[in-house]
Design a protein around this ligand. Structure first.
Ligand SMILES: [Zn+2]
Length: 402
């Protein structure tokens, strides 16, 4: 029986997406839509489609019928489903500031909201499921994001250098990260507008004249306002742009978002691998529900020194593994030139996507020729090899086996 199949992902057209990157990758015609995400996984809302010898099947349906064989007995028992979702993202307009709960907090929050009888699709529902949502992303281009609070000395400097925020300096000095964040997030609309309006009036013209750089919070704050539909109420997420690290990841560099780390994707393309969950607590740059009390409970109020993950090149010199401290997933990058032969034995299920070039994958009696943008699903215990007629870059998602 074959253990290697082609896999067709699902497009997600969100307003923040770009117009060309994903259509170019997939080789499809771009219309006027925004192409934000391309999902590879078994999420029930948008399962990928597996091409089996018996015809096409949604991946979730196939896995439900073949879970142990697909994931391996141990992983199937541990998770009861494919534990990860793999995505290509093209971020044109910045995403909301967010924090994800820990596994334990998600279990608690989910059961409390269930007991309260809050409908799963209610706009003010915080916990959509009982799972955590750690995420790792590796940049496919120059990628910009917000990640954790600035170091104490840098935040002090930032407040001093932003004339409109000088008054917040004493709040930070006396009450620290939590006190500062709580102070601005609990402001009334009138109070925050009063503080933010002069700032925006000062920086928006500079942004529009192209005088700001992406390393400056002014650039992103102005961009947020420039793209907002309604600017009568200024989004309190603007404060976070000044409080958090602005990180630039270059192609091939990765960064991990653990529970409690506030973050926001600002611009660029990436491969993202995450646990199967929709638990997002938002902190602004969004028209969606912001529950400040709940947000404060889950955010890490301490300085974060951003850790760029370069990945560990394996002995074969071809595969680079980006290790994460979670049991749900493992991300790696495989780069091949013409003479290279990549060999692997899959302990659990794997999803591969070809980002550049063309490859030939051989598993037992099955051979697949995959072009840029195409993907494959491999079952546990498959033994396979990959070659390329020119050069190729592949990203691989799997479950780490200890
Ligand atoms: Zn996130």
């Amino acid at each position: 029986m074959s253990k290697l199949f082609t896999l067709q992902g699902k497009l997600q057209n969100y307003a923040w997406g770009g117009s060309t990157y994903i259509p170019n990758l997939l080789g499809i015609e771009s219309n006027s839509e925004k192409y934000a995400e391309y999902w590879l996984g078994a999420h029930v809302k948008a399962p990928s489609v597996l091409s089996t010898p018996d015809g096409k099947q949604p991946l979730d349906v196939y896995l439900n019928a073949n879970l142990s064989k697909s994931l391996g007995v141990d992983i199937a028992e541990k998770f009861g489903r494919l534990p990860f979702l793999f995505k290509v993202l093209d971020v044109n307009d910045m995403l909301s500031i967010q924090v994800h709960p820990s596994k334990l907090e998600a279990e608690k929050g989910f059961s409390i909201e269930n007991e309260k009888g809050i409908a799963l699709n209610a706009p003010h529902r915080n916990y959509k499921d009982d799972n955590h949502k750690p995420e790792i992303m590796v940049a496919l281009s120059e990628f910009w994001l917000l990640h954790g609070f600035l170091a104490e000395n840098l935040l002090t400097q930032r407040l001093k250098n932003t004339p409109e925020f000088v008054g917040l300096l004493s709040v930070f000095e006396e009450e620290g990260f939590l006190g500062l964040y709580k102070c601005v997030m609990e402001q009334s609309v009138a109070e925050s507008n009063q503080l933010l309006r002069p700032l925006i009036d000062r920086i928006l013209p500079l942004y529009q004249e192209g005088k700001l750089h992406k390393t400056s919070p002014d650039y992103w704050a102005a961009k947020a306002v420039d793209m907002a539909v309604d600017t009568t109420v200024l989004d309190k997420g603007i404060y976070s742009i000044y409080f958090f690290n602005i990180v630039k990841a270059t192609k091939g560099e990765a960064i991990f978002q653990d529970a409690g780390i506030p973050h926001a994707y600002l611009e660029g393309q990436n491969m993202e691998l995450m646990a199967n969950s929709d638990n997002v607590l938002r902190g602004g740059l969004t028209p969606k529900h912001v529950d400040v009390t709940e947000l404060l409970k889950h955010m890490n109020f301490e300085e974060t020194i951003p850790s760029i993950i370069l990945g560990a090149l394996q002995k074969d010199g071809l595969e680079r593994i980006y290790k994460c401290p979670v049991p749900d997933f493992e991300l790696s990058q495989i780069t091949l030139s013409m003479a290279d032969l990549y060999k692997s034995k899959a302990k659990s299920a794997q999803i591969l996507i070809i980002i550049e070039g063309e490859v030939v994958i051989v598993e037992g009696n099955t051979t697949l020729v995959l072009d840029k943008g195409e993907a494959a699903f491999l079952m546990a215990e498959s033994e396979y090899q990959i070659t390329t007629p020119s050069s190729a870059t592949i990203y691989k998602a799997t479950v780490p086996c200890s």
